[in-house]
Design a protein around this ligand. Structure first.
Ligand code: AMP
Length: 470
């Protein structure tokens, strides 16, 4: 399938060609025609699937088709995202794909001065990308006019609810015109998301691509089990020994991110930390330095890392496992993007084995265990038996969501795999992408030898509170 067969016009096709996009991804192939028919959409697609272009391209197309009614642009499309980084990323996409169209866009988020945003809004924009809090600041100051919004897009809606934005979203909805097209993108479908979708969408078309919580096939996953005290040394060793030049490391807390970044810098490994306590300026600079390879390691907490899209990011390390299993999938999805391969390494200490069990149940596979003399435990970790196979047993919330999803999908997996030619040039390494996979290809993770079980199984992983920084 080609982009031109989806009904996109020449200026958009030209921009896509320049980006090196040859064919639409599955979510794009499904979403673009439906959105062009002006239908509301509820889409289940996680980051890395090409979802941003999935809603941006038809949005640009529809906006450019409708004749302008006023000389000065007014906000016709509103895109809400959970984090500043994702908002910036989405606006960048709007800008890239719309560069040959006479449409204006801007992004507004907190943590930076409001006055330049007010000045830009005053000049008029067609497409506004925003985080909910700062948008409401503008609404309160009457520096944005949302009375003519025709399109509302909620991107990563599950994460917005996780971050407590539901009331802000409701406030925004209450001031938008009733007659508009709504698109809701979410990686997972909790009851809260379903309730939001029910209140927001009119007879939506339900679109779903790769299984939720499915880890990308282009990502090789491995773990080391070791004492907590040895983690820092092992991380430094892996970076130095492997000559890693760009690695995103996750910690659970902001304090932990700072401490680890300091340790690495002292070891001569250039590093920066990114989390919610840092000013927006510091976060943007850290990200830019990391993208341009002037720092080797970016240490991040979950929320801060959301929306980071770096082509060819080769390594992700979980310095600590997340206590909510889905966050593991989001974290490792930072690598192996757009058809490239990536490695995701987890450093696991005894007290995290319970989280590991939850993660392995979620992704439905055992992660390969690696031993390293002087660092890791000699004991072999064996994941406990998969629970709740038999009928009549209680399902965890996680399993319930998955079985509902599986039932909807008719049990189809759609799990991606990929390959790349190792070259850094965009168009060249996109000849095989995760979404073009051979579904029969098995994963190449080797199984851990089964001689020792830690048996720390627990079903409580998902009711645990996240350690988010906001
Ligand atoms: P997203 O899921 O929107 O975060 O996109 C993931 C990555 O895929 C981004 O780096 C996009 O630039 C890239 N991408 C999106 N659509 C395509 C496409 N049709 N062909 C190649 N790359 C794409």
């Amino acid at each position: 399938m080609s982009f031109s067969s989806l009904g996109l016009s020449a200026p958009i096709l030209k921009a896509l060609q320049e980006e090196g996009y040859e064919a639409p991804t599955p979510i794009q192939a499904k979403a673009i025609p439906v959105i062009l028919q002006k239908k509301d959409v509820l889409a289940g697609a996680q980051t890395g699937t090409g979802k941003t272009a999935g809603f941006t391209l038809p949005l640009l197309e529809l906006l450019s088709r409708a004749p302008k009614t006023e000389a000065k642009p007014h906000v016709r499309a509103l895109i809400l995202t959970p984090t500043r980084e994702l908002a910036a990323q989405v606006e960048q996409s709007v800008d890239t794909y719309g560069k040959y169209l006479p449409l204006k866009s801007t992004v507004i988020f907190g943590g930076v001065g409001i006055n330049p945003q007010i000045a830009t809004l005053k000049k008029g924009v067609d497409i506004l990308v925003a985080t909910p809090g700062r948008l409401l600041d503008h609404v309160g100051q009457k520096t944005v006019d949302l009375s003519k919004v025709e399109f509302l897009i909620l991107d990563e809606a599950d994460r917005m609810l996780d971050m407590g934005f539901i009331n802000d979203i409701k406030k925004v909805l209450s001031i938008l015109p009733k007659n508009r097209q709504n698109l809701l993108f979410s990686a997972t479908f909790s009851d809260e998301i379903k309730a939001l979708a029910d209140s927001l969408l009119n007879s939506p078309v339900l679109l779903e691509v790769a299984r939720r919580n499915e880890t990308g096939g282009g990502i090789s996953q491995a773990l080391y089990i070791l004492d907590k005290e040895k983690k820092r040394e092992l991380l430094a060793h892996l970076i130095e020994d492997g000559k890693w030049t760009q690695v995103l490391v996750f910690t659970r807390t902001k304090h932990g991110a700072n401490k680890l970044s300091e340790f690495l810098s002292q070891r001569g490994i250039t590093s920066a930390a990114i989390h919610g306590n840092k000013s927006q300026g510091a976060r943007t600079k850290a990200l830019e330095d990391f993208k341009s390879n002037s720092v080797r390691v970016l240490v991040a907490t979950d929320i801060a890392a959301r929306g980071i899209d770096i082509d060819l990011l080769p390594h992700v390390v979980n310095f600590e496992l997340p206590n909510v299993s889905e966050d593991y999938v989001h974290r490792i999805g930072r690598t192996g993007r757009a058809g490239n391969e990536g490695s995701a390494i987890s450093l696991v200490c005894g007290e995290e084995l319970e989280y590991l069990n939850g993660i392995q149940r979620l992704i439905k596979k055992e992660i390969k265990q690696i031993f390293l003399e002087g660092f890791t435990s000699k004991q072999v970790y064996v994941a406990p038996e998969k629970p709740n196979r038999g009928k009549g047993k209680t399902q965890t919330r996680d399993q319930k969501i998955r079985s509902e999803r599986d039932a909807r999908n008719g049990g189809q997996s759609g799990k991606p795999t990929s390959s790349r030619d190792g070259q850094a040039k965009k168009p060249d390494n996109r000849d095989k992408r995760p979404w073009e996979k051979d579904k029969k290809a098995g994963n190449n993770d080797s199984r851990a030898p089964k001689s020792y079980s830690t048996n720390t199984r627990s079903d409580s992983g998902h009711s645990r509170k996240r350690n988010y920084d906001k």
